[in-house]
Design a protein around this ligand. Structure first.
Ligand SMILES: [Zn+2]
Ligand SMILES: [Zn+2]
Length: 321
């Protein structure tokens, strides 16, 4: 099969054998996949990953021990834990030290005709959810993780810092739970799209308020966190979603003096994400700026680097193989 392989230096299209799944794993034919900011960071050196990239996908099960799964359209959670260590036994399997992570850590990803995942990781996609929408399940789930971690109050004033795809998803998820939410970013073109769905936006240069209850940083920019801290009221909460290959420097005494709480936030629950997508509580289709065939995936990566670009999808459905 054809795959997009990262050799630690550059991306190349490489012919590789179709993966052989172990007994609790399922073989999946990839239908559609999304390029994520994390993929762009990996290409810059984040995680030191080598192998087949990609973790956002929807696919069709072609082989599984559980025969009832064959032919089903699925999305998959990306962390593959051991289920035996002390973290797994305490219900923290996303933090299993023995885990592999799809297309990110020690496990080949989904920019290929076929991929494999444990059966436990899969969720069946409801019929009303198109492939284009289902591909967003993983990032929407990452947005729902914030609701598991932060107790929002109906009086809260929240800023989502960053107007990219994750900023837009998170703004839609959190907005119904709080008094006021503003997405703050640098790109009026991108923020205009969010206004259509009833979310307030503001250009970063015009932002003045320093009394925000919760700031959610999704800029992907390591210098943004000190800016985010200055937006917060004393005893406010900073949620950090950005992961970058660069390290960040924030002034920790500001945290002490203002008694700020910092919450790191990563992967989230798939079921509420799929439900929100099916019920259109979170709109995502408008974010698709480009769709490429797999043959053009290197070009797709170039386009995805563009700051005005929200989401680039790779369509495997017309693949001639
Ligand atoms: Zn991602
Ligand atoms: Zn474990």
């Amino acid at each position: 099969m054809k795959s997009l392989y990262f050799d630690g230096k550059e991306l190349l299209i490489k012919e590789v054998p179709i993966p052989i799944q172990s007994k609790d794993e399922v073989l999946i034919k990839v239908l559609m996949a999304g390029i994520c900011k994390t993929d762009l960071e990996i290409v810059k050196g984040y995680m030191g990953f080598k192998g087949i990239l990609g973790h956002e996908f929807v696919g069709e099960v072609v082989d599984a021990q559980n025969k009832s799964l064959i032919g089903k359209r699925v999305v998959g959670e990306i962390n593959c834990p051991c289920y035996r260590c002390s973290f797994c036994l305490r219900g923290m399997s996303n933090h299993c030290p023995n885990r592999t992570v799809l297309g990110i850590y020690n496990r080949d990803g989904v920019f290929a005709e076929y991929t494999t995942l444990p059966e436990k990781n899969l969720h069946i996609v409801p019929n009303g959810v198109s492939d284009e929408i289902a591909v967003f399940t993983e990032p929407v789930a990452a947005g729902y993780r914030i609701l598991e971690q932060v107790q929002f109050n109906s009086n809260d004033f929240v800023v989502v810092l960053g107007d990219g795809r994750m900023g837009q998803i998170i703004s839609q998820i959190i907005n119904p739970y709080v008094r006021k939410l503003v997405c703050v970013g640098k790109h009026s073109q991108k923020m205009f799209l969010l206004n259509i769905y009833g979310i307030d936006t503001c250009l970063l240069d015009y932002w003045k308020d320093k009394n925000v209850d919760v700031v959610i940083d999704v800029t992907g920019n390591p210098t943004a966190q000190s800016f985010a801290l200055n937006m917060l009221r004393p005893q406010g909460t900073l949620v950090i979603k950005s992961t970058t290959e660069q390290s960040n420097s924030i002034n920790l005494s500001k945290l002490v003096v203002d008694e700020i709480k910092i919450v790191g936030s990563r992967c989230g629950p798939f079921e509420p994400a799929l439900k929100a997508l099916a019920e259109k509580k979170v709109e995502v289709e408008y974010m698709i700026s480009h769709k490429f065939a797999f043959e053009d995936i290197i070009n797709a990566f170039e386009v995805a680097q563009n700051k005005d670009c929200l989401k680039v999808l790779i369509d495997f459905r017309n693949n001639k193989g």
